[in-house]
Design a protein around this ligand. Structure first.
Ligand code: PMV
Length: 362
């Protein structure tokens, strides 16, 4: 597929107004996307678990304007309140996707959005938020062109979400999702994410992710800046090929349920992501002392309890603790006894693998 396939021709229908609501989940990368080319093309492929509890719900009310506007006509409510500081991001997103959704300036759009997780939790809402909005916009396009099938609908939603925030393209459908061309994964593409197409051992069907909120503050370095620092980074090329190799390794891991192999890839990916940050110019550190304390505790507990919990990190200080369903009781107890003390205000979120976005209305 090339990007031209997402450029629509004349629409068959006209639609004057309507309302749609989608709930889209967050996701946590196992192999990390860090570094991008122009137009949000990833420098390497990534693979993620879709989450379940952490999600954004977006309602989009659309009404046709008497005349096409010169700019975008929209209002934005976050948790019921006007949110002027979110406007520039939405405006930039609309500008990027307008050629793929040429009806955008024909409508007034009222966007009402809310997150299931606390706003100041340090959990990025851009993935779930952009995915939910992209799905709502695809719903309008489907009213204008009813011939759009489910497969194309999801692909284009992922394609559009990617233009809002790269990792958002992995929040549309599937429990295990792959984005970025990889020679071993048929249909993989830099333009949109796909459901992982190979058999997955049952141990991974019910994986848990407990997110330890180590630092709920605003990130000091945005992921946009971080991605850009991979240009001219001394270790960039090795890192990008390592991501390809790690996806190949995970193929065996997913097929066989090899948890030792899973832990090795996932923890190494998390530390490599942060190593890239620490070795870029300018360099920066997003982990906090408590992030390291938690990692140490996880390693100790894993070796003494013979369980298979492991950690991953996103671009921040919070720690995602991943573990299989069978070890849930033991790991919960350990988290309560030993890890909660390192969380800001003792806060953490119990999440698990989910299955993608849902249409809530109509
Ligand atoms: O989607 P962005 O541009 O916020 O980048 C996300 C990058 C990481 O979360 C660090 C890794 C990933 O693959 O999700």
């Amino acid at each position: 597929m090339t990007y031209t396939e997402f450029l629509p021709s004349e629409y068959a229908k006209t639609v004057s107004e309507g309302k749609v609501t989608y709930r889209a989940p967050s996701n946590i990368a196992l192999v990390k996307y860090w570094g991008k080319k122009e137009d949000q093309i990833p420098a390497n492929p990534s693979i993620s678990f879709t989450l379940d509890a952490c999600a954004t719900t977006t309602a989009l009310t659309y009404s046709k304007l008497a005349e096409k506007g010169s700019g975008f006509s929209f209002e934005l409510l976050f948790e019921g309140k006007d949110k002027p500081d979110f406007r520039p991001k939405i405006e930039a997103f609309f500008n990027r996707i307008e050629s793929y959704l040429p009806f955008l300036k024909d409508y007034h759009l009222k966007i009402e959005t809310s997150n299931s997780f606390p706003h100041s939790s340090g959990i990025a809402s851009s993935a779930s938020g952009m995915a939910a909005l992209a799905l709502c916009l695809m719903h309008i396009e489907k009213q204008l062109d009813p011939s759009i099938n489910e497969e194309f609908f999801d692909q284009k939603a992922s394609f559009l979400a990617r233009l809002g925030s790269g990792s958002a393209c992995r929040s549309i459908e599937g429990d295990l999702v792959q984005w970025g061309y990889h020679k071993g994964i048929p249909a993989s593409s830099d333009l949109f994410a796909v459901k992982y197409p190979f058999p997955v051992h049952e141990v991974f069907h019910k994986y848990h992710d407990t997110i330890l909120l180590v630092d709920k503050g605003q990130k000091q370095v945005s992921s946009t800046i971080g991605h850009n620092l991979m240009h001219g980074h001394p270790f960039a090329e090795q890192r990008f090929s390592q991501a390809h190799e790690n996806i190949t390794k995970l193929k065996e891991v997913f097929a066989t349920g090899n948890l030792k192999g899973f832990i090795e890839v996932v923890e190494s990916e998390a530390l490599t992501l942060h190593a890239m940050m620490m070795t870029s110019m300018p360099y920066f550190i997003l982990m906090k002392p408590n992030t390291l304390k938690i990692i140490e505790k996880i390693w100790q507990f894993r070796s003494t309890s013979k369980t298979h919990l492991c950690f991953t990190l996103d671009a921040g200080a919070n720690v995602h603790v991943l573990y299989p369903q069978e070890e849930k009781e033991k790991v919960h107890q350990f988290i309560k006894d030993e890890l909660v003390a390192y969380c800001e205000n003792g806060q953490y979120i119990c999440d698990r693998i989910g299955f993608g976005a849902k249409l809530l209305l109509p």
